[in-house]
Design a binder for this molecule. Structure first.
Ligand code: UDP
Length: 238
């Protein structure tokens, strides 16, 4: 894949990415490996924002399916993202990378509130900023949080780490003949309902011209390789 030269990127990590084979919600080995990838890319001079999901712990929609009030479930989901953010922060600090966690829901004893100018300053100082609690409102997802923060922080691209190596015209785990797009437009993703991110997140990226790079984060060293244009991935763009 020919990746354009990006300087500041936002990495979206789904909660699922932090889970191991053994069924642990947060697998220490997996999180340490992801942290090493992030540290590696930081050492190469990239500025990095990270948005973490919470689906490995709780999703509001699953709570609603069991009769819970949807908004309450969503707030629980947002709290789950804060737990994941702290776990990612901890793993990064264990390998000497300076980080700050900023939450869209203020919780003064735990982490900083989201303040754009302060986040900017952290990035200038070489820190990695981990954004938690999505957009801070129920009925959204952390994909939307990622798109919003990428726009606010003027990121050159949103990197979506998944367990597949790009966007396919069908589910590659179910359809053996599924083919991968090298590039695909935002509009095609939306009209064909391709599994990239939820529609509001894709539309926000489209409206702000932020490319979405979908790649496999489960392969060791892949984030750095994708940034150098040496790994398989799909770019969603205009
Ligand atoms: N959530 C929310 N508003 C947001 C971000 C997240 O209500 O802005 C809740 C929602 O319930 C969601 C859960 O937090 O299901 C976990 O986030 P998400 O499903 O995006 O996590 P991921 O799939 O990336 O692990």
């Amino acid at each position: 894949m020919n990746t354009p030269a990006f300087k500041r990127i936002l990495l979206k990590l789904s909660g699922e990415v932090l889970m191991g084979e053994g069924g642990l919600s947060i697998d220490p080995d997996v999180i340490a490996r992801v942290a090493a990838e992030i540290a590696d890319v930081r050492a190469q001079g990239y500025e990095l924002c990270v948005v973490v999901g919470g689906g490995n712990i709780f999703r509001g929609i699953s709570g609603a399916a069991r009769g819970m009030d949807r908004a309450t479930g969503d707030y629980m989901g947002m709290l789950a993202t804060v737990m994941n953010a702290l776990a990612v922060q901890n793993a990064l600090e264990q390998i000497g990378v300076e980080t700050r966690v900023q939450s869209a829901i203020p919780m003064a004893s735990v982490c900083e509130p989201f303040i754009r100018r302060r986040a900017e300053r952290h990035l200038e100082k070489g820190r990695i900023v981990i954004f938690a609690a999505g957009v801070g409102s129920p009925f959204f997802t952390t994909d939307s949080g990622a798109a919003l923060r990428a726009a606010e922080m003027k990121c050159d691209a949103l990197f979506k780490g998944t367990s597949v190596d790009g966007v396919y015209d069908a589910d590659p785990k179910k359809v053996p003949t599924a083919t991968r797009y090298e590039t695909v437009t935002y509009d095609r993703v939306l009209s064909d309902n391709l599994k990239v991110m939820d529609a509001s997140a894709v539309a926000l990226c489209r409206d702000n011209n932020i490319p979405i790079v979908v790649f496999n984060i489960r392969e060791r060293g892949n984030l750095a390789r994708v940034l150098r244009g040496q790994a398989t991935a799909t770019i969603v763009q205009a």
